[in-house]
Design a protein around this ligand. Structure first.
Ligand code: ATP
Length: 202
């Protein structure tokens, strides 16, 4: 699984459709201050399902939509697509039937986000799980924010362990365990209610 393209349209400063080809090997993004280098990294996190506006340096998620400039009006929506080469068939089960995977997230003002894998509508959770199972994702230690190295050095052991777990691809298992625990709690509450009803009838 290798990222090969990042397409942006109306995302932050990338108001015009932009197609970034990610070649094999090391990719460096250089440019003057404020030209949008961090916005590119944020687009990558966002399309992988990042849901915290603060991780996008915004107050609300709609802040990722192009907000307008002196000569251009604001946009009503933003879209980012990530194209993944899956010839090695290492994508998690359920997404593993084609050579190319294209994941798209679109946000529309007052509507919110919608996700697609190829032409198919999927849930945010499906996209987050796809990347968590592939040992990457919006919180992946492979995406290094400014200031993150010093945070890591000063982090508590428990937080450092989370980084290792993300890298090992088991973050998705924790999420699934949490969801299973919620279901179990619900089932136990339903059983308790059934017991009450039986007692009243007896
Ligand atoms: P530095 O080298 O200083 O870290 P950078 O190249 O990483 O800068 P970014 O922080 O990615 O630059 O981009 C900042 C630019 O993006 C600013 O000019 C800001 O006005 C613009 N920007 C951020 N959000 C939006 C938005 N919603 N609409 C339009 N422009 C935006």
């Amino acid at each position: 699984m290798r990222f090969t393209r990042l397409r942006l349209n109306g995302f932050k400063s990338f108001v015009d459709p932009t197609d970034l080809v990610i070649a094999e090997g090391l990719t460096g993004v250089v440019g003057p201050n404020g030209c949008g280098k961090s916005n590119l990294l944020e687009a990558l996190r966002w399309v992988m399902g990042e849901n915290r506006p603060t991780a996008m340096r915004g107050g609300g998620m709609e802040d990722v939509i192009f907000a307008g400039a002196a000569t251009r009006p604001a946009r009503n929506h933003a879209e980012v697509s990530l194209v993944i080469d899956n010839q090695d068939r290492l994508a998690p089960a359920g997404f593993n039937d084609s050579d190319l995977l294209e994941i798209t997230r679109r946000i529309t003002r007052d509507v919110g986000s919608a996700y697609k894998v190829g032409p198919k509508d999927v849930r945010a959770r499906d996209v987050q799980m796809l990347f968590a199972d592939a040992a990457t994702g919006s919180t992946s230690p492979a995406l290094v924010r400014q200031g993150q190295i010093s945070e890591l050095i000063n982090a508590k052991p428990k937080n450092r362990r989370r980084i290792l777990e993300d890298a090992a691809g088991i973050a998705g298992l924790y999420q699934r365990r949490h969801e299973a625990e919620l279901k179990l709690n619900n089932a136990e509450q339903n059983l308790a209610r059934v017991d009450d009803v039986i007692e009243q009838l007896a």
